[in-house]
Write a new protein. Structure first.
Length: 178
């Protein structure tokens, strides 16, 4: 069976679905003519889908920024991290992160962070933070696909309303620390 070029593109789940549908139609018609040929084609299609599915799974994993972004940082360069930490200021750490939409153009998370007091220092208990990861690209030419922008908004005080969205750390990209 000849597979059109648009269906052979790597990372095209809808293309795989169309190939599987076309193959199923051909298998039904082949079954009428030759059960032995049907088994041979069925095994071949199964193997093709297994290989294509594993290739899609490995290539579609998206991470948050660049691994080893900061000397003491944590969570960078990983998929849906439960914790991110810039490795310094307590306000540069967010934990208990629960992500939704990971792999879509915009992923969001909510969790906890330390919040600055208006007159200096930090509140004695953490407050809520929301994160928004976007701009899927690559931090290095051969690196994994990554969210290259991270925005946040955090509670103004523990239990309080959330601030306006701001770029995490003031960074232009999660691929290079300032």
């Amino acid at each position: 069976m000849r597979i059109p070029a648009d269906l052979r593109r790597r990372g095209s789940p809808s293309g795989l679905a169309r190939v599987a549908t076309r193959t199923a139609i051909e298998l039904i018609s082949l079954n009428r003519r030759s059960p032995r040929a049907l088994r041979a084609v069925g095994v071949g299609v199964f193997l093709m889908l297994v290989v294509a599915g594993s290739a899609l799974g490995s290539s579609s994993q998206i991470v948050l920024g660049k691994a080893n972004l900061l000397p003491n940082g944590r969570g960078w360069g990983t998929a849906h991290p439960r914790l991110i930490d810039n490795g310094g200021d307590p306000n540069g750490k967010a934990w208990d992160l629960q992500w939704t939409g990971w792999g879509s153009p915009v992923a969001q998370a909510h969790g906890l962070t330390w919040i600055f007091r208006p007159n200096g220092g930090y509140f004695g208990e953490p407050g809520a933070i929301q994160l928004r990861a976007s701009k899927i690209g690559r931090c290095t030419s051969n690196g994994p696909r990554a969210y290259t922008q991270l925005e946040a908004r955090e509670a103004l005080r523990p239990g309080g309303r959330l601030s306006k969205w701001f770029v995490w750390g003031g960074w232009k990209s999660t691929c290079a620390a300032p």
